[in-house]
Write a protein that binds this ligand. Sequence first.
Ligand SMILES: [Zn+2]
Length: 239
Amino acid sequence: MISSRTGARSAKTSRRLVALALGLGLASAALGTASPASARTAARTAAHPAPAGSTLAASARYAGSAEDAANNKAFFDAVLKSVAEKQAAHPNLKSVTVYYNASQAPSFRSQISSAASIWNSSVSNVKLQATSSGADFAYYEGSDPRGSYASTDGHGSGYIFLDYAQNRQYDSIRVAAHETGHVLGLPDHYSGPCSELMSGGGPGPSCTNRYPDATERARVDQLWAYGLAKALAAVNTGR
Ligand SMILES: [Zn+2]
């Protein structure tokens, strides 16, 4: 639910780097095959060493002080680009489907599946579906003092990281559904009420709402109606 991966890098620079990576055609990496998890973890640890008393710090951050809007946006852009490339290659596809690979997050298989079902029953312009190869993004699991988050691997591919401790403290399906909300383009809104999915850990561990509210649903449908059209146009013009 939090992400501080880009650290001090400015949002603008981050967006530019992602745009550059996408421009170089690195977006459609095969998430189902190569698993850079260990390398990524090492890089994360090096770039963001856990502060002293990190368990307490993680709880505090989870409540909303370290949201990383730029990283969430980069993640969504990467997913959108990946989906747009498939749409461009198969113009007869009728529905927009975002494929995910959950094989690297075996402990959360049922939560991820529930999160996909929740979103599929909540929005109409985009659907989530599991796959074992050629996914648009992947789920990973592990321990990170910063909790769960959505991010990119620096090469335009998106992934969701699910943190063990956070998923024990908070409703695990809500966590998975929240992170999946980033896949669909929603930013964090930690100050929101429990009825919002993107308020994440803001309302505290007692909040177990697993469904997006009407505003969040409408926003996702809007993003996938207009955002995908734009991404598709960019793919078709070779940008
Ligand atoms: Zn979040």
